[in-house]
Design a protein around this ligand. Structure first.
Ligand code: UDP
Length: 458
């Protein structure tokens, strides 16, 4: 009797940061909806740090060499990255061997581009490998050009990169216009393109229609596919909901879901500004003061995520002064907030996930980029896709509270805001179209899946 074909098995291995886990976890759910068995892989330290771990997807752990104390206990980031590469390679190989011997042989690894060293494990294990980029394709192409030596650092003048508009120095990622700031991280982001020509697939969390020119250009050089946006399908009004509704994901922070929703339910439609700077960005005291001023002076009701580590920077008395107008929480369910009808605009650092999430829900943005790729995302939000405005920021990262106030008013009440709202709705529709059955991203995912589904049957 012919043996029944087993489902192909894919490991999905995000870099242990919230902004990397979210899109890759979501992508995993899409793979599952296409009949693939997925096992998520994370470090032991990260696994033990999750405040919330729900859903039915199996999670396996490997070691980065810092199981108990985590990355913070490493002497430096260089030391951490080197040890992660060494111990991570060994323990990932052991995990593959374990899975191969227990009836769940691995066919494919989707791994975060920040860990380009996984390629060696992929090759030595004879698997299909897909490197997964959690940044925009515009940002990918900038780093690609740096890696090829085609952009010299530091960027002090305007730069031209194929598929992109001409960029001012502050429009390129901070590691590129200010390469001395975080040298270890700069090396890591540039090394995403190490041996990229040997990789089977390059998957990007974006969609073709959003970044057509740059995707076309990069696809001539790499087997690159846009597979995003990786947003839970229930927020995209898709015909088919791919995920377990009870799955709240893998969260490093505990969300105050009920207090946010109860508060939003009491607000008028499109009246609230939502303020969040993601999981990592830190504002200095001056930036915090200016931001606080802008929010207060705008006169709008606001929901503000201030992580526990940042709370001490809020000006004295701010919470009491604004208690009737605003709610400050340490973490929320951002998708639920963005999908709420009370939302008027999103004051954001323009992390790539936040940008895509706002775009998919048609929420206009006020961009205040802080570091890494956020300046590039903000440039596109304001000048290319025209779904928000950008606060002026000088080369020292300083912005003015008056400007924050002005931008909030412009988006919420101004003539420009009306245009932005219309354009936001158009992009929202296009994003939804891309992930629908037969849409550009859906077709790319099918093509990718077919490549290792065939592999698993041979
Ligand atoms: N997020 C969340 N609750 C919050 C703030 C952020 O769930 O209170 C999520 C957000 O939806 C996004 C991620 O955290 O998926 C942040 O990723 P992003 O790329 O925007 O920024 P990063 O944290 O990497 O700077």
């Amino acid at each position: 009797m012919a043996q029944e074909a087993r489902p192909a098995h894919c490991l999905v291995f995000p870099y242990p940061l919230q902004g990397h886990i979210n899109p890759m976890h979501q992508f995993s759910k899409t793979l599952v909806s296409k009949g693939i068995k997925v096992t998520l892989v994370t470090t032991k330290f990260m696994f033990n740090s999750f405040q919330q771990l729900s859903g039915s997807m199996p999670v396996e752990t490997i070691s980065d060499g810092y199981d108990v104390e985590g990355k913070a206990s490493a002497e430096s980031l260089e030391v951490y990255f080197a040890r992660f590469k060494q111990v991570g390679s060994e323990t990932l190989k052991k995990l593959i061997e374990k899975l191969n011997s227990t009836g769940f042989p691995v066919d494919c690894i989707v791994y975060d581009s920040l860990m380009s060293w996984v390629l060696d494990v992929v090759k030595s294990s004879g698997l299909v490998g897909a490197i997964f980029f959690t940044q925009s394709c515009a940002v990918d192409n900038i780093y690609y050009h740096v890696k090829q030596g085609l952009i010299k650092l530091p960027v002090v003048d305007r730069v031209s990169v194929p598929g992109l508009p001409v960029l001012e120095p502050l429009d390129v990622p901070s590691f590129i216009h200010n390469p001395g700031s975080y040298p270890a991280t700069r090396n890591m982001v540039v090394n995403q393109f190490l041996d990229i020509d040997k990789v089977d697939w390059v998957l990007c969390n974006t969609f073709y229609e959003l970044e057509e020119e740059v995707i076309q250009w990069m696809s001539k050089h790499l087997r690159l596919r846009a597979i995003g946006p990786t947003i839970p399908s229930k927020y995209l009004n898709n015909q088919k909901t791919v995920e377990d509704e009870t799955d709240t994901g893998l969260q490093m922070f505990k969300a105050n879901i009920d207090s946010c929703m109860n508060w939003l339910n009491d607000q008028q439609d499109h009246s609230v500004i939502y303020v969040s700077f993601g999981s990592m960005a830190q504002l200095d005291d001056v930036q915090m003061q200016e931001l606080t001023y802008g929010i207060k002076q705008s006169g709008k009701h606001f929901l503000w995520v201030v992580r526990a580590s940042e709370e001490g920077k809020l000006p004295k008395g701010f919470m009491e002064e604004t208690s009737g107008k605003g709610l400050v929480v340490q973490w929320c369910s951002q998708m639920e907030v963005l999908a709420h009808k009370a939302l008027g605009c999103f004051v954001t650092h323009c992390g790539w996930n936040s940008t895509l999430e706002a775009l998919c829900l048609g929420v206009p943005m006020v961009a205040i980029p802080i570091w890494t790729d956020q300046g590039t995302n903000a440039k596109f939000v304001a000048d290319v896709w025209r779904i928000g405005v950008k606060v002026d920021i000088d080369k020292n990262g300083v912005f003015k509270g008056e400007m924050v106030e002005h931008c909030i008013r412009e988006v919420m009440d101004g003539e420009k805001g009306k245009e932005i709202k219309k354009t936001s709705k158009r992009w929202m529709e296009m994003a939804r179209e891309a992930v629908r059955e037969g849409g550009s991203s859906d077709m790319s995912i099918n093509e990718f899946v077919a490549s290792f589904t065939q592999h698993s049957k041979s």
